[in-house]
Design a protein. Sequence first.
Length: 222
Amino acid sequence: MFIDNLEKIRYRMNAAAARTNRDGGSLTLVVVTKYAPLADVREALASGLVTDAGESRVVDAEKKKLELGPLAGKVRWRLIGHLQTNKAKKAVQAFDAIDSVDSERLAAALDAAMQGSDRKLPVMLQVKLSESETQYGVSPAGLPGLIEAVRRLPGLELQGLMGIAPNIEPLEAVRPSFRLLRELRDQHLPDGKLSMGMSRDFEIAVEEGADMVRVGTQIFAP
């Protein structure tokens, strides 16, 4: 089941890339494991077909990695959910990358947690693309200031922007949100990557320039 679902997702990613004359092979699929049964995650990682795994909470990633044992080391673990500043130290220990940095305060906390490390922490900045009060992210107007602040922090490596489109109908209505994130990237971080698109809308995200998509439900669902 997992292998079939994964292959279907990759096929759809490649097809979406081809529609806009992009190379589907350059795209990264982040397999979101946060709702998946441990047995399914174990099968996924053992297959060798997963390069990046996404979790939304530090405590869940810690528990899952402990239970997976050596298998956990086969993938990059990416934090894709909101991170509280007081969890920064644990986050840099549990994750290989933080894709949801949304404030200077959080960035500074992550940088402090990296002091003494022999590596830089890859981070992406989450931009708020919805008026929903439950969605986190820096405002488009506040993005330039956050970019400059992160660039001054020696422990962080700024890799790009992340965004979550609003859950609206029809599905095509999410396209302007992805287009906005791409335009913000082009204007303020031209060499940066774009992480956008989830199970519901990843094909539109790829058409609009996503380099990384985050899919869980359509991979692990029966």
